[in-house]
Structure formats: structure tokens, C-alpha cells
Write a protein that binds this ligand. Structure first.
Ligand code: PGA
Length: 302
């Protein structure tokens, strides 16, 4: 059996040119080689294949049967190599490629809509979307584990590039029948006697809430701790206490009248959503395109 293990791509490309022109001289011109160099490559290829690929009759060259057969494979190989080059080019150009992003639990209420709008523009892109809390996001940023992160304001001491793109109002929610629901301009101290259901330690919403009340010399009484916005909304609806959540989580419940937002002075607590990556990180073409898309168009899409 012919062993082609040591055949080089260069030999195959030379053979392809000779086979197309059926002339060593013209193949040499096309490849910017000397005619003896082309002859040498073909000779070496024939030695490895173990049989002649071309034969000369009169002044003309012909492909032997083996030459015809090999040529088909060479065309296929050259086609695959072209295709690989195209796929890689397209990746650079955002047509294909993969985007790995991580978002704060609360941002997951709008992140899929952002991805959907982005993938309409770039249908070939595939995604990995991780949904987790602020603390885990900070670890992921430190480990450079994701292309991009969407989160609340990141800490200043981490050397991050962070750009705000949308407001994130935090509000107090109650079940519709709660006595505070119809009151206007509640004072913060009206909340002091209420039991609150709060997010887990490490949540950005929870941090913001604690900071806000601590700055005003208040501590809220927390009756229950839950690790998801959905769980908090369910618990508030069931009458277990009040909650403090982002407006982004409430669309459906407010529409259906299952929860109410209290009218409280100094609220909402206004946070912002940031698009974040490590400073100096080399963003892929897809990540760059997504970053541009979020910063320029998120408000219009959401
Ligand atoms: P969280 O983050 O989902 O971890 O609360 C939201 C935020 O940082 O505002």
C-alpha cells in the first residue's frame, strides 16, 4: 500500500498546479518556482506514492490513472483547507464564534432578550450564558474565566473596565392587600417595623439594600433569606414579608397585579448595570461586537 504519511502539503499543491496545466513550466510560473524545483517535488511525491503520476507522450504530459485518482483527493484537501481558512476568517469577523458571558442573577431578566437581538444580527454566533450572583461574578472576573460580565457596579480595587449601560431601580414590594400599598410617600421609618425577605449574602441587590439603610442609620429586620429573586417574589406574594428587588424582575407580577410597589421616599435605590471585563483583556471579535451592541443599543432593545 502506498504510504502518504510523509507527503507534504507543498508537494500536493505543486502536483495540483502541474495537473491543472499539464506543464511543469507553467506550474513553475504560477508557483514562482524554477522548473527543476517543480520536477523535484513531483519526483519526490511519486517516490512516496510508489507509482508515476504523470507520463510524457511526445511533447505533452498526461496524468496517469494514479495521477487522476490522487488529484481528486488533492482537490478535496485543498477545498477543506480553504474552508478552514474561511471559518477562521469569519470567526474574526463575528459571523461565527462563541461568546461566553456571565450575568448577575437579576440581569438574567433581560440578558436573554439582549442575546436574542444580538443573534438576529449575527446568526452564526453560539453562546454560553452563566447566571450567578455578584460574588461569583467577581471570582470569574479575577480568573478571567468569561468574555464579558453583566453586573451591578463592580469594586474599584479590581482593575476592571466597566461601562454603565442601563439603570437598575430597586424597589420595595408587597402583596396587593398589604396595608402600606395604598399609602403615598411612605417614610423610610415606616418600613422599620416590617419583616423583609432578602437575597443571600454575596448578592448585589442585598449589598445595595444594606448599604442604603446603613447610611441612613437603619437596619431592617430580615425574616427570611432567599437565593433567588423568584423565590423572594413568591414569598412576598404569599404574605411572608416585604421584599426589595430590582424593577427588572417585576414585569409579569405587576402586570398581573400579583405584587405592588410601595411608594416610599428616597426610593428607588438607583443602581446601574455595567458591562465588565478585566482591563487589558484581549476581547475576541464577537465579544467586541457584543460589547458595542450592549453599550449602544441595549436601551432600544429592552
Ligand atoms: P444580584 O446582582 O443579582 O447578585 O443581586 C444585582 C446587582 O448587582 O445589582
Amino acid at each position: 500500500m502506498a504510504s502518504l504519511k510523509h507527503v507534504t502539503l507543498r508537494q500536493l499543491y505543486v502536483f495540483d498546479a502541474v495537473a491543472r496545466h499539464l506543464s511543469f513550466t507553467r506550474a513553475a510560473q504560477e508557483l514562482h518556482l524554477t522548473q527543476p524545483a517543480v520536477s523535484m517535488q513531483i519526483k519526490q511525491l511519486e517516490e512516496q506514492v510508489g507509482t508515476p503520476l504523470l507520463e510524457q507522450m511526445g511533447k505533452r504530459n498526461y496524468l496517469t490513472e494514479a495521477g487522476v485518482e490522487l488529484r481528486q483527493y488533492v482537490r478535496a484537501i485543498a477545498g477543506l483547507i480553504d474552508e478552514a481558512g474561511m471559518v477562521l476568517d469569519e470567526m474574526q469577523g463575528v459571523q461565527r464564534g462563541r461568546l461566553t458571558i456571565s450575568v448577575a442573577s437579576t440581569a438574567n431578566y433581560f440578558a436573554p432578550r439582549l442575546l436574542a437581538a444580538f443573534s438576529q444580527r449575527y446568526p452564526g454566533v453560539t453562546y454560553s450564558l452563566d447566571v450567578t450572583n455578584r460574588e461569583t461574578l467577581l471570582h470569574q472576573l479575577a480568573d478571567n474565566a468569561k468574555d464579558l460580565v453583566i453586573m451591578g457596579q463592580p469594586p474599584e480595587d479590581m482593575d476592571l473596565a466597566a461601562e454603565p449601560f442601563m439603570e437598575n431601580p430597586l424597589v420595595v414590594i408587597a402583596p396587593p392587600g398589604h396595608p402600606l400599598v395604598d399609602r403615598k410617600r411612605l417614610r423610610l421609618k415606616n418600613l422599620q417595623s416590617e419583616a423583609f425577605i432578602v437575597r443571600e449574602e454575596g448578592s448585589g441587590t442585598r449589598n445595595a439594600m444594606e448599604r442604603f439603610f446603613a447610611e441612613r442609620g437603619m437596619t431592617l429586620s430580615t425574616s427570611l433569606e432567599m437565593s433567588s429573586n423568584e423565590a423572594i417574589k413568591q414569598a412576598v406574594e404569599a404574605g411572608l414579608g416585604l421584599g426589595l428587588v430590582s424593577m427588572h424582575t417585576l414585569e409579569l407580577e405587576l402586570e398581573a397585579g400579583r405584587l405592588a410597589v410601595l411608594d416610599v421616599e428616597k426610593l428607588p435605590i438607583m443602581r446601574h448595570w455595567y458591562l465588565v471585563h478585566r482591563k487589558g483583556k484581549r476581547l475576541s471579535a464577537v465579544a467586541q461586537a457584543f460589547k458595542g451592541f450592549v453599550l449602544d443599543e441595549a436601551l432600544a432593545v429592552l
